[in-house]
Design a protein around this ligand. Sequence first.
Ligand code: HEM
Length: 280
Amino acid sequence: MATTVIQEGQPGSKARFADSFVLHKLMSLTGVIPIGLFMIFHLVVNSYALRGEAEFNTGAKAISYLPFVLVVELGAIFVPLIFHAVYGLFIVAESQSNTGTYQYGRNWLYSLQRWSGVVALVYILIHVISTTGVRWTYEATGGPMGHEYGYKAITYAAMAYRFANPLYLLLYVVGILAASFHLGNGLFNFGIRWGITIGKEAQRISAALWLLLGLGLAFIGIWTAVNYHLVGRNFQGRGDITQQYRSLDDLVKNYGPVPVEQNRGATPSGTTTAVPAPLP
Ligand code: HEM
């Protein structure tokens, strides 16, 4: 990975809003803390799905039943993410092309950093609306069953239902690749911007390290997504899950016969428990 040029405030730059030193630093920082950390944590937690249904659902339940989950989601994820994305879009819109100014490879990384950000943003929007957005809708409109339905909308079976659609899988493959590159190359730039990796040797080591992290994240994420697709195409050995349930709503309301509240004791005989044992 070659050095990417930080070009805020350069003579002749057309950028205005994007030239703000403080905002640019804040944008750089939010990309690492909390967004980068969240992405690593999120992909690792989601890989529980590779172990199986109960394992993934236990993790999903622990998060969705967290006290003040909305405050944590808004404060630690959505507000920094929106700031980072909006400021990033300003940079894309206001900056001039640096073609001809820097080495060919650097130009490529410079452009790719921007476009991977735009692709990741589109992906994250669709992804969040189709997962957390659906959970919030059930919680807001589901009455006494709202929280239960909200949780069931993001369980293993619900994710397998979404991923059974090859286009949904394709969206994830593209989105995860873009987000992993954006974080890996972004961390490399972060080291230079914050004066951490100044010398050539330090930059060589950091390039190798962040390349490894990017590849690792892409691998974990895509493996999880492909596994969901395969599970959805032959759910519990009974064929395509989308043929077993008319819609995601049908699955949310009818799959996993044991609602969380009633699951705090014996399982009714003859039913398969999709919901894992309740958390203490
Ligand atoms: C295999 C890949 C992925 C899977 C299976 C997955 C799954 C999920 C699920 C189930 C939720 C809903 C959580 C909830 O509402 O409690 C969620 C939310 C979210 N995901 Fe992902 N995700 C993946 C990749 C990514 C990537 C690469 C990013 C990029 C940063 C990302 C960003 C987010 C964000 C920002 C939220 C909303 C935060 C939240 O509600 O907790 N996801 N994801």
